[in-house]
Design a protein around this ligand. Structure first.
Ligand SMILES: [Zn+2]
Length: 289
């Protein structure tokens, strides 16, 4: 089973005309003012999955600063899931700029059945300690519902690009450490954060930390896969393409070049994320009993 854990679907209105959104939401503007930044429809996502042999995808929107737009985006993700329940796994995203509204939106979506939170991102000013603090009540909810949480974490060094932000790594670790029952998926190989799992006092607290591969072809050479596997373990690396930014073929090429085949490849391409999603399913059954 091939599962892409990182696909963005923006509101229909944004696909029709993004001008107003680019002006109103500075974070969105920084990423999407260029027409080269693609926005796709649900149908285009299904076509991509079909054309690439991908069975399922985790799909989420954008962390809009305006909660009405964020809610609308989450609602459209839910509609998409309802139309393709076997193909689409819905995650809810929002900004934590207004913590009470973030809590309200996470509560609304998780009670409604969303399978996770993410990709949570602070594209404008980055993730400071106060932002991770503001996220905590939402994490309490995620823990209660037994769902994974995906956080956008990028590398602190190297070339600049839209969406590359400061991340307070210490605060990130403290957050992870305080919520050890949550499966955290750190997008973009967690900006290299996984390396700290090799520290004896840190590793045991990162047992449920995963990384996804999103944007890796733009960021790393092929060795990143085996380094992440060596640091975190074979069960911890998840295929995420960031579609429509990139499709799966670029990642498959990296896996080929890194000579990652067989069981490990199957785990990265879907087995690992399937285990996370099944865990939630099992919890739901247990809760029902
Ligand atoms: Zn991201």
């Amino acid at each position: 089973m091939i599962i892409d854990c990182h696909i963005h679907l923006l509101p229909r209105q944004v696909k029709v005309d993004r001008t107003e959104f680019v002006i109103k939401d500075k974070a969105f503007g920084s990423l999407f003012s260029s027409a080269k930044a693609k926005v796709v429809s649900p149908e285009e996502i299904i076509n991509y999955l079909d054309g690439s042999g991908i069975d399922k995808a985790i799909v989420f929107g954008f962390p809009w600063a305006d909660y009405e737009i964020a809610s609308k985006n989450n609602d459209e993700i839910w509609d998409f899931y309802e139309r393709y329940p076997d193909r689409i796994v819905p995650f809810a995203t929002f900004s934590v700029l207004q913590p009470e509204l973030a809590y309200k939106e996470s509560s609304r979506t998780l009670s409604g059945g969303f399978a996770g939170l993410g990709e949570l991102a602070m594209y404008r000013n980055g993730w400071g300690a106060a932002d991770f603090q503001a996220l905590r009540p939402c994490l309490d909810l995620a823990q209660h519902h037994g769902v994974p949480v995906m956080i956008h974490v990028n590398e602190p060094v190297g070339h600049d690009y839209p969406g590359k932000v400061f991340v307070d790594i210490k605060a990130l670790f403290e957050t992870i450490s305080d919520f050890q029952d949550i499966d955290f998926i750190l997008a973009h190989f967690g900006g290299g954060f996984f390396i700290y799992s090799l520290m004896p006092e840190i590793g045991p607290k990162m047992k449920r930390v995963y990384v996804d591969t999103a944007a890796a072809p733009f960021l790393y050479d092929n060795r990143i896969f085996s380094l992440a596997v060596q640091s975190l373990g074979e069960d911890k690396v998840l295929l995420g393409t960031d579609f429509p930014l990139l499709g799966i073929s670029r990642y498959e090429r990296m896996l080929d070049q890194a000579n990652i085949q067989g069981e490990l490849r199957a785990k990265i391409l879907g087995g690992n994320v399937q285990t996370i999603l099944n865990r939630r399913h099992l919890q739901k059954i247990n809760d029902a009993i």
